[in-house]
Structures are given as structure tokens and as C-alpha cells.
Design a protein around this ligand. Structure first.
Ligand code: GLA
Length: 373
């Protein structure tokens, strides 16, 4: 039995909810996610051996990764993330020492709240901490993203790992995914709160569909670049996309239209958040959901039902799917005094239409990486 109190280091990294800017991070767009108090905590200690030993607070398994054969960990169903992080952190020139790592994750798995980013980022920060090395959270995020690409097979953007490492309590992180320039934007919602609802539908298609969307927008960019001077799709103004629409297959045009319009929505969302115009901010969330449903086609019946139910409640200012889609969560802005009524209303409507029982998560906007010794 490993007990948390036996470990000298406690290193956590956050799950996230994205407020707006969906499926634009890998197109060089700006995103506006928040780090959550739902997090993965790694309890860590050096073990003086040539292995990394991993246990989980909620699983009976133990995984042992040999430092001279980290690659082999790629085949382990859960430890592949840690193996990838350790191998790639070392490949980036850092010291990795033998250690015991106890994982304690409060980000619900498969919920679209980035449990995998929280695991990857906290693992790398823990490896650096037990090795006695300082770390740069930006580099941690980049190596974590690489682990997701190479060991989990998801060709993800940088948003999840970046905010998991760099988020600030009380703030959304405005991240320019082309330059990695970041700015903390206080989330002041007046008399409203954020409500996260999980549609609880198992989302098995995410990986293949996600990679397929990426390929579609890459094709759009390749074709548009023959006529337009743009480094990434986020640079393309909506009027230029219209001008060259005929060059693109209809499906590729729809994907690109989502991206360029979502980027405009992020620009306006930041202005509204800064000026405290929560009503207008909420309307942008609704528009984002509609675009992800109709143009990007990553929602599906369950997320649409959940967002529709939320949007039809009088105390809801806006609601949209958050994350990759195909299942997972919605985020809604709701008048505080009606929060419980809203949840009961949405849960009832949703279960009647789909047969699934939605879950609601209580989470604060928290810091990204936190190291305690
Ligand atoms: C997943 C990916 C992110 C991002 C979102 C969609 O969460 O990991 O990089 O692309 O989907 O916005």
C-alpha cells in the first residue's frame, strides 16, 4: 500500500474547460480556456532504482517503466502517457531519475475536460521536481503535447497542455496558438456562474474524427495559400474565404468557415469579457455551438440536446460544447440564483431525449501546475 503521506513531493496540473475558440488551436488561432480545480496530482519520491514505478489511487494496477526501455511503455493502456512524457522529457535534454509516482486524478476520464493533458503535464513537472531541476511550464506543455501525439496517437493542438500548465486562478488564458503569446483575462461574470455538464456518452470516435478534421483544415490552408498570403488558417479573413470558396470542396469549405468565424468570435468574446458584457459573451457561446454543429460537425445528438436544453432555460445566457466534441461536456453561463433549477431542468430534458443521465461538475477556475514539497 502506498500512502500519500509517504511522498515528499505533490505536483498537480489542471483539467480545463475552453470558453471559446474551439478547433482553432491547430489552425494558429486564439483560444480562451480556463484551468480547473479538477486536476491530476502526482505524489512523487525518488526510489534510487533504474525504474519509474506508477500506481493509481483508483486502480489496482502497478506499472514499472525501465529507464533504459521507456519506449516499451507505449503498449501499456494507462502508463503509455507517463512513458511518453519521461522518454520525451529526457530526449529534450533533461534528467529523469528512478522514482515512485502515485496518480490521483479528479478530472473525470473521457469527459473532454483534458484528463490526459493534466496527467501528462503533472507527470513531467513531477519528474523534474524529483530530479531537483527547475522547469519552464511552456516547455512542459510542449513536451506533453508531443507525448499525446507520439504515445496516445492524437494529433492535438497545444491548448489543453498549455492551459493545464500555465492557467491562473480566476482567469481565462487567452493564448495565441501561433506565437504562444499569452494573457490572463479575469473571468468576471457578475451574477452568473459557469456550469459544466457532461453528456456521459462514451466517445470512442474522437481520435479518428479529430485527426480527420485536422487533415481537412490543412487541405483548406494548402489550397488557399496558392492565392492568399497566410501562414495559417486563422490568418484568413472571412471575406477572403468567401472569395476563394469555389476552390474548396464543400465539406472543406465548411470546416474552414468554422475556423475563420470562430477566430472572429474569440476576438469579440475577449472584448465582451473585458467590458463585462456577459449577455453578448453568452450569445457568442451559442453561435460557437451552432457552428461546431453545422459547419465543423463535431457535436452529435447528445451534445446538441444538452446545449439546446441549456439554451432554452431562461436563466442561461449561453451554452456550447467544449473540447474536441463527439461527446464530453458543455459549458453554460447561468444566473447564480437559478443554478440548481437550471441543472434539474437540463438533466430532465436531456434524459428524456437521450436516455443518458447528465453529470454536473463543480469546479473553480484554478492554477495550472502547483508544486508542494
Ligand atoms: C482537443 C485537443 C485540443 C483542441 C480541442 C478542440 O481538446 O486536445 O488541442 O484542438 O480538442 O478545440
Amino acid at each position: 500500500m502506498w500512502s500519500k503521506s509517504d511522498f515528499p513531493f505533490e505536483v498537480s496540473a489542471a483539467g480545463r474547460v475552453n470558453l471559446i475558440g474551439e478547433h482553432v488551436d491547430y489552425c494558429g488561432g486564439k483560444v480562451l480556456p480556463c484551468a480547473l480545480s479538477l486536476k491530476n496530482t502526482v505524489y512523487a519520491r525518488p526510489n534510487g532504482e533504474d525504474v519509474i514505478r506508477i500506481r493509481w489511487t483508483d486502480l489496482p494496477d502497478e506499472a514499472t517503466l525501465r529507464l533504459d526501455a521507456l519506449e516499451e511503455g507505449r503498449r501499456h493502456p494507462y502508463a503509455k502517457y507517463h512513458a511518453g512524457c519521461a522518454a520525451l522529457w529526457r530526449a529534450a535534454g533533461h534528467t529523469v531519475v528512478g522514482c515512485d509516482l502515485l496518480m490521483d486524478c479528479t478530472v473525470p476520464f473521457g469527459s473532454g475536460l483534458s484528463s490526459s493533458a493534466a496527467i501528462e503535464v503533472s507527470t513531467i513537472a513531477a519528474l523534474a521536481t524529483v530530479a531537483g531541476e527547475p522547469f519552464d511550464p511552456v516547455e512542459v506543455a510542449l513536451v506533453a503535447q508531443k507525448a499525446e501525439h507520439e504515445y496516445a496517437g492524437v494529433n492535438c493542438g497545444i491548448m489543453d497542455q498549455f492551459v493545464s500548465a500555465n492557467g491562473r486562478a480566476g482567469c481565462a488564458l487567452l493564448l495565441d496558438c501561433a506565437t504562444l503569446q499569452k494573457e490572463d483575462i479575469p473571468v468576471a461574470l457578475g451574477d452568473c456562474v459557469l456550469v459544466i455538464a457532461d453528456c456521459k456518452k462514451p466517445h470512442s470516435l474522437v481520435k479518428s474524427k479529430y485527426n480527420e478534421r485536422r487533415a481537412e483544415v490543412e487541405e483548406a490552408l494548402r489550397i488557399l495559400q496558392k492565392r492568399i498570403d497566410a501562414d495559417c488558417l486563422a490568418d484568413v479573413r472571412p471575406y477572403l474565404l468567401e472569395e476563394y470558396k469555389k476552390l474548396l470542396l464543400p465539406v472543406v469549405y465548411r470546416r474552414a468557415k468554422h475556423v475563420v468565424e470562430e477566430c472572429e468570435r474569440v476576438r469579440r468574446a475577449v472584448q465582451y469579457l473585458r467590458s463585462g458584457n456577459v449577455v453578448a459573451f453568452g450569445e457568442l457561446l451559442n453561435a460557437s455551438h451552432a457552428s461546431l454543429r453545422d459547419l465543423y460537425e463535431v457535436t452529435g445528438k447528445e451534445l446538441d440536446t444538452l446545449a439546446d436544453a441549456a439554451q432554452s432555460h431562461p436563466a442561461c445566457l449561453g451554452s456550447r460544447m467544449t473540447g474536441a466534441g463527439f461527446g464530453g461536456c458543455t459549458v453554460s453561463i447561468v444566473r447564480r440564483e437559478a443554478e440548481e433549477n437550471f441543472k434539474a431542468f437540463v438533466a430532465e430534458k436531456y434524459e428524456r431525449a437521450t436516455g443518458y443521465r447528465a453529470a454536473f461538475y463543480r469546479a473553480e477556475i484554478a492554477d495550472g501546475i502547483v508544486v508542494k514539497r
